[in-house]
Design a protein around this ligand. Structure first.
Ligand code: NAD
Ligand code: IPM
Ligand code: MG
Length: 356
């Protein structure tokens, strides 16, 4: 039976790179003799324009009935000054919450050809391979109250976590570390925040169930520094929502561009949403020059984590690596070789997929 994939292209470069994703899926379909059926739905700014809301009910329903979901990106200057409930980002936060996608996996791998694309010294980044496990449905992003008070002169955001929310993401962190090199760094701000002190307590508690995993705690400010100075000292990182957001963009310095970083957002069933970690890149949208690799590797993560097709995921990863290895890249990467646009880069990757 056909696997039902919901496509949420969104805004800015979202639709441009989603086109690459679908072409890659079509190639997988041919090579592995599987059928995918696609349903495209609106989210973010385009949904505000078409439906007056960044997350139409029809989009939520389509996602709930899907085998898997691919998302491009949301947001852009056009919608920056509209009322908060209509901001495109609310669509993304809303779908994460509606589907209970609490576990966000953000791998950072330095493919060999990217070693020289990084602004960091080559010997520091060569071989770096990190997985950031970001809690995605709690913390400052969702706590209430969140409001202006005192005639707009005071503002409140709330950082709230339940024990259960911390425990379940901690298990994902330990399980991920078990499948890697069995080292887990839990990042918090326990010298200041009560939420972080509870986070640390729970990390210790859960660690008793994973005796083989070496657990270390690191304060987020020090983690931010060490990520750049000693990226290879990290393996798996588990952290709360906001810290994970910031650290994962920072980590894009390691491979040299945010345009190659993909992510998986999973719930406790098998449903997942797969998307680049970057945004809608308004500065390059419409120019056809966006790096499609973040989106193409999101397809690979979907095949691996949600559709039980690890071999197909591997074919994609190998082809991406080969394209970079042969010097083909988009303009966001500072490396030798040939600069291609989005469509040409996708063509190259698909050409190599056919040869796998
Ligand atoms: N998941 C998401 O949908 C998501 C994530 C982050 C930001 N946003 C939204 O996107 C909008 C723009 O945000 P921003 O500019 O701060 O961050 P951004 O990630 O969109 O862009 C940051 C920089 O990275 C570059 N970049 C990003 N993706 C690229 C790619 N695939 N290829 C080449 N270059 C790429 C951009 O050109 C820009 O210079 C905002 O509205 C923001 O809220 C959405
Ligand atoms: C657009 C925004 C809501 C989102 C986040 O902060 O989670 C983005 O930055 C991300 O990293 O996916
Ligand atoms: Mg972010």
């Amino acid at each position: 039976m056909a696997k039902k994939i919901v496509l949420l292209p969104g805004d800015g470069i979202g639709p441009e790179i989603m086109e690459s994703a679908v072409r890659v899926m079509d190639q997988i379909s041919k090579s592995f003799n599987v059928t995918f059926s696609y349903e495209t739905a609106d989210i973010g700014g385009v949904a505000v324009d078409n439906h007056h809301t960044p997350l139409p009910q029809t989009t939520i329903e389509a996602c709930k009935n899907a085998d898997s979901i691919l998302l491009g990106a949301v947001g852009g200057p056009k919608w920056d000054n509209i009322e908060v409930s209509k901001r495109p980002e609310q669509g993304l936060l809303g779908i994460r919450k509606a589907l209970n996608l609490f576990a966000n996996l953000r791998p950072i791998r330095v493919y060999k050809p990217l070693v020289h694309a990084s602004p960091l010294k080559s010997d520091r980044v060569e071989g770096a391979d990190i997985l950031i496990v970001r809690e995605l449905t709690g913390g400052l992003y969702f706590g209430t109250p969140r409001e202006r008070r005192d005639n707009g002169n005071t503002v409140v955001d709330t950082l709230q976590y339940t024990r259960e929310e911390i425990k379940r993401i901690m298990h994902i962190g330990f399980q991920s570390a078990m499948g890697r090199s069995k080292k887990l760094t839990s990042v918090d701000k326990a010298n200041v925040l009560e939420s972080s002190r509870m986070w640390r307590e729970i990390a210790e508690e859960v660690s008793k169930e994973y005796k083989e995993v070496e657990l270390e705690h690191l304060l987020v400010d020090a983690a931010a520094m060490k990520l750049i100075t000693e990226p290879k000292s990290f393996d798996t990182i588990v952290t709360e929502n906001l810290f994970g957001d910031i650290l994962s963009d920072e980590a894009s310095i390691i491979p040299g561009t945010i345009g190659v970083l993909a992510s998986a957002s999973l719930n406790d069933k098998s449903l997942g949403l797969f998307e680049p970690i970057h945004g809608s890149a308004p500065d390059i949208a419409g120019k056809g020059i966006a790096n499609p690799i973040s989106m193409i590797l999101s397809v690979a993560m979907m095949l691996q984590h949600s559709l039980s097709m690890p071999k197909a995921a591997e074919v994609i990863e190998k082809s991406v690596e080969r394209a970079l290895d042969e010097g083909y890249h988009t303009g966001d990467l500072d490396m030798d070789g040939k600069v291609l646009n989005t469509v040409e880069m996708t063509d190259k990757i698909i050409e190599f997929m056919r040869e796998e």
